[in-house]
Ligand binder design. Structure first.
Ligand code: ADP
Length: 527
């Protein structure tokens, strides 16, 4: 605390009054020296005499208030002039916070000074807390940036992992398919069938892990289209029938109420949900039957509330574990995965998918008697009830191509082998190169009707090669149809392929009918 007074005896009197251990007093008889002290030191409170020869108290306060470094100092005037209010007003207008009148009354003086000291302490505490908050805020911003980075790394990792895993599975599935069409004895055929079942199961697990990650990253899109409900329910049951037959249990489909023919639904995901529930029902039932029922619960202007329920007469789930089974990697008993296999991901995906579509998943179960898993949701009913009944051709009934040449850029040798066989079977003439650069080179010498381009290849990848074909190649070559053979599962990666200029994307591991269909369409369009 600074005391400024031209009379040393006044200073001594004030000092005597205010001397205490928690205050550090500095004093001067010169207002100019006082200004310097205020600039140099951290002074929060000043007691200033009003009448001084060199510079009066009002002027001194004006100078203090005009400088940002000294603006905050709390100034208390000490005066003998008069208690008249006009002086008080002038001092307060100049920026002082209070007046003390001489002769100083000790109790009032200490009380006032005490309250200003408390004010200063509070202000300092607020400043300190503010600085602390600012530093927390900076840390939070940094942590948020790190979390966002980590999320991106996870997504990249996911895309890469999916690519790395899908490419070899593509090879395994393709080659098992080729082997199935060769002459095999019974034992070999069994081995090949098992090979196919195992690789399909592996693909299922990879798909589940990717689905979970995509849902968690908020990247899952629900695509609603006209869907024939009863066909969907029946075809899911048909696909599962062989498993029920293998276990000697029944599998039935029931419709309750006026189930509309066509509704707006995400058929792919509804299929996935019902497949999962039916597959669990069959898996955990050894006697009796599994029933899929589609029931109308409610209807209201153009919408219908449907319940898809899968009821089994299997082992059931104990009440304590019934909430757990919807969590990732959780099973109803500790020996479930040992006895029945499985990753514990299925139901967690089903629940997330159902909720994403705006529906609910209910379960009721009695241990030893069986369970019912029911999905309830509202759907829009489609007025125009048409049906697409054209059967899909089997892989072996695919038409042969004539005079069509294909360039394949693919670095994985097993996939090269498999694709060459498949394409040659379809009557195509095939050239294979192992990277994008070699594809560009061969295109300068030889004409092709279509290109199948892998995405990730050493030296030059598929996107870069596609871009160069589209921009650098002469007329007649630059427009050649390109199908991207991609293991990409993320929408962004697919978008990158289209941005590079590909005409279509066939995802690995590819369905041969889909690949055939795409080649057929693009070659026809080009001729
Ligand atoms: P997974 O079957 O691959 O282990 P799910 O997420 O599909 O994973 O199921 C989690 C667990 O819930 C199963 O391991 C099983 O313990 C229990 N469960 C699921 N469906 C049934 C059912 N219909 N009957 C009895 N238990 C079931």
């Amino acid at each position: 605390m600074l005391i400024v007074d031209d009379k040393p005896e006044n200073i001594v009197a004030l000092e005597a009054l205010l001397q205490r251990s928690d205050i550090n007093l500095v004093t001067t008889t010169s207002p100019n020296a006082a200004l310097k002290m205020c600039w140099d030191q951290d002074i929060p409170i000043a007691l200033v005499d009003v009448q001084m020869p060199e510079m009066d108290g009002f002027e001194l306060v004006e100078i203090l208030k005009s400088n940002p470094r000294t603006r905050e100092i709390l100034v208390i005037f000490v005066t003998a002039i008069s208690t008249e209010s006009k002086y008080a007003v002038r001092g307060l207008a100049a920026g002082a916070v209070d007046y003390l009148y001489k002769p100083l009354e000790p109790t009032i003086t200490t009380a006032k000074v005490d309250s200003f000291i408390q004010l200063v302490r509070n202000q300092r505490e607020i400043k300190r807390k503010n600085a602390e908050l600012e530093s927390y805020q900076a840390e939070l911003i940094k942590a948020k940036e790190l979390a966002e980075q980590a999320k991106q790394v996870k997504e990249r990792f996911l895309a890469n992992m999916s690519h790395e895993l899908r490419t070899p599975i593509n090879g395994i599935l393709g080659i098992s398919h080729l082997l199935q069409n060769t002459h095999l004895d019974d034992e070999q055929r069994k081995c090949v069938d098992l090979l196919k079942v195992s690789s399909e199961a592996l693909l299922g697990v990879i798909n589940d892990v990717l689905d979970i990650s995509k849902i968690e990253a908020g990247k899952f899109k629900i695509v609603r289209a006209e869907t024939n409900v009863s066909n969907l329910a029946k075809s899911v049951a048909d696909l599962m029938k062989f498993r029920a037959d293998e276990k000697g249990i029944g599998l039935t489909v029931n419709f309750v109420g006026a189930v509309p023919k066509m509704i707006m639904a995400d058929a792919l995901r509804l299929n996935q949900i019902l497949m999962n529930l039916l597959s669990n029902g069959i898996k955990f039932t050894d006697e009796g039957s599994v029933d899929l029922s589609v029931k109308v619960l409610n209807t209201e202007n153009g919408r219908v509330q449907l319940e898809f329920a899968v009821t089994d007469s299997g082992i059931g789930i104990s009440q304590e574990r019934i909430d757990k089974i919807f969590e990732s990697f959780e099973q109803a008993t500790d020996d479930t995965s040992h006895k029945y296999g499985g990753t514990g991901l299925g139901l967690s995906i089903v629940k997330k998918l159902v909720e994403l579509k705006g529906g609910q998943l209910h379960v009721t179960s009695t241990e030893g008697k069986g369970s019912t898993f029911a999905v309830v949701n509202w759907f829009e009913v489609v007025g125009n009830q048409t049906e697409d009944t054209a059967p899909k051709p089997g892989v072996n009934e695919l038409t042969k191509f004539e005079n069509v040449s294909v360039l394949v850029a693919e670095d994985n040798t097993i996939n090269q082998f498999m694709i060459r066989k498949v394409l040659a079977n379809w009557g195509l003439s095939v050239d294979i190169v192992e990277n994008g650069e070699k594809a560009l080179n061969i295109l300068k010498e030889k004409a092709f009707d279509i290109i199948l381009m892998d995405t990730h290849m050493p030296v030059m990848g598929g996107f870069e090669a596609t871009r160069r074909i589209r921009t650098d190649m002469p007329e007649g070559v630059k427009d050649i149809p390109i199908i991207s053979l991609s293991a990409a599962v993320l929408e962004e990666e697919k978008q990158l392929a289209y941005d590079a200029g590909v005409n279509a994307i066939v995802t690995k591991p590819f369905d041969l009918t889909v690949l055939h269909h795409n080649i057929e369409i693009l070659v026809k369009k080009d001729r």
